[in-house]
Design a protein around this ligand. Structure first.
Ligand code: ADP
Ligand code: 5GP
Length: 218
């Protein structure tokens, strides 16, 4: 997997702003594309099939699991969710970063199976703000909010497993932090410095060799 096309996994407790962040990344100038997951949950009012999610019946979802159609899948808040393999393959072929908004179980499957994936945990600025955002979004019934908070307790335990943690306080700042993580390509730069250092050391070594050779042949 080339760094140019590294998949980006965003994980966050519900209400943190993951979906908003993913949209902002995709609307920006860089080569980012949203991974359209499949789910068995009902569409929300503003959601369109094939754009926000592929909405599947439970039987259809289970069949696709058996066919190996998913790169990862998990049961989240009593519903099934999964990333179609085709989403990753298509983005990689086009050299685009596929942005996955998935839960911690899915993230650990991607960590194990997709080398080079950038796994980023997004934290809310505070629990109060997270709850306020969830309530203000106005999409969840009180029981659904409680279920999402229960999941948050488990999800937050996974933070130490993540290479990167960002806080979604100011939206623009958070987007640019994520872009830096994905685009800075630290590893190749580090290796480049190593290679240059080695090259210089070899030049010095060779000078010694040439001197020795000259003395021998004189
Ligand atoms: P998630 O996908 O993590 O459940 P959403 O992206 O749906 O969360 O965001 C939850 C709510 O918080 C939405 O109403 C969204 O507009 C708002 N929101 C997201 N990020 C920020 C932010 N940085 N500052 C203020 N409000 C935000
Ligand atoms: P929502 O129902 O609010 O859209 O999503 C609920 C949860 O399911 C979120 O934590 C979201 O990240 C997760 N989710 C969405 N798509 C996928 C997916 O394809 N795989 C996994 N494992 N989780 C997903």
């Amino acid at each position: 997997m080339s760094d140019r096309a590294a998949p980006v996994v965003l994980v966050a407790p519900s209400g943190t702003g993951k979906t908003t962040l993913a949209s902002r990344l995709i609307d920006g100038s860089g080569p980012y594309v949203f991974s359209v997951s499949a789910t068995t949950r009902e569409p929300r009012d503003d959601e369109r099939d094939g754009i926000d999610y592929h909405f599947l019946e439970p039987k259809e979802f289970a069949d696709r699991v058996n066919e190996g159609w998913f790169a990862e899948w998990a049961t989240v808040h009593d519903q099934m969710y999964g990333t179609p393999r085709s989403e990753l393959d298509a983005a990689s072929a086009r050299g685009e970063h596929v942005v996955m908004d998935i839960d911690v179980q899915g993230a650990s499957q991607i960590r194990a199976s997709v080398p080079g994936a950038k796994l980023i945990f997004v934290l809310p600025p505070s629990v109060d703000i997270m709850l306020a955002r969830l309530i203000e979004r106005g999409t969840e019934e009180p029981e659904s909010i409680a279920r999402r908070l229960e999941s948050a307790v488990i999800e937050l335990q996974a933070v130490p497993d993540f290479d990167y943690v960002v806080v979604n306080d100011d939206l623009d700042e958070c987007v640019s932090k994520i872009r830096n993580i994905v685009e800075q390509q630290e590893l190749p730069a580090f290796h480049e410095q190593d290679a240059e250092q080695m090259r210089r050391e070899i030049v010095e070594l060779l000078k010694g060799y040439y001197n020795m050779y000259r003395h021998d042949s004189e």
